[in-house]
Design a protein. Structure first.
Length: 183
């Protein structure tokens, strides 16, 4: 065994064509020769791994510290938010009577909105009716004006006939007077 260790140290990093590892398991055949590694090389790898682990641990500590700080900040913020919510709920606390008053006011508001909508509809209807009535009134006024004009014409015509009839009567009376006087 000592001779194998000496052989391994002498052949550090080289392939060993004479390997006693084949004798461990007789069922395994055609195993490639084992690459023996120098213990100095392993120590270097171990030191390198330890340095990497140390760096990773320091990074982990930094991340853990930053995470702890953030967690503390979030905890403080959460407490502040909880206080604000609590204060808001306290300031907006509604009693049963206030809730009933709110419901009554809300119902009154809805009724007033409905009344307002109905009033606007009635105003629109009345405005439309007023427009139609104004048009009818214009037509009636036009008819009345025409009838007055016709009446005035008829009155003038009647007066003219009356005047002519009166003159005719006067003339016929004069004619009778003349005829009776001559007799």
């Amino acid at each position: 065994m000592q001779s194998q260790m000496n052989l391994m140290q002498n052949n550090c990093g080289q392939m060993n064509p004479i390997s006693s590892y084949r004798g461990i398991n007789p069922n395994v055949t055609n195993i490639a020769p084992v690459n023996h590694v120098c213990h100095l090389h392993l120590e270097d790898k171990l030191k390198s791994a330890e340095e990497k682990i140390s760096l990773l641990e320091s990074k982990l500590d930094k991340y853990h510290h930053a995470f702890t700080e953030q967690t503390n900040k979030y905890a403080v913020m959460r407490e502040d938010i909880d206080k604000l919510v609590s204060n808001a709920l306290d300031s907006q606390h509604i009693t049963t009577s206030e809730l009933k008053q709110y419901q009554i006011l809300n119902a009154t508001h809805e009724k007033l909105k409905d009344d307002h909508t109905r009033a606007i509809f009635q105003i629109t209807t009345l405005t439309n009716q007023n427009g139609r009535l104004e048009n009818e009134l214009k037509l009636i006024k036009e008819k009345v004006r025409k009838q007055r004009n016709e009446l005035a014409k008829m009155s003038i015509s009647f007066e003219q006939k009356s005047f002519l009839n009166k003159k005719a009567t006067d003339v016929s009376d004069d004619f009778e007077f003349v005829n009776s006087g001559s007799m």
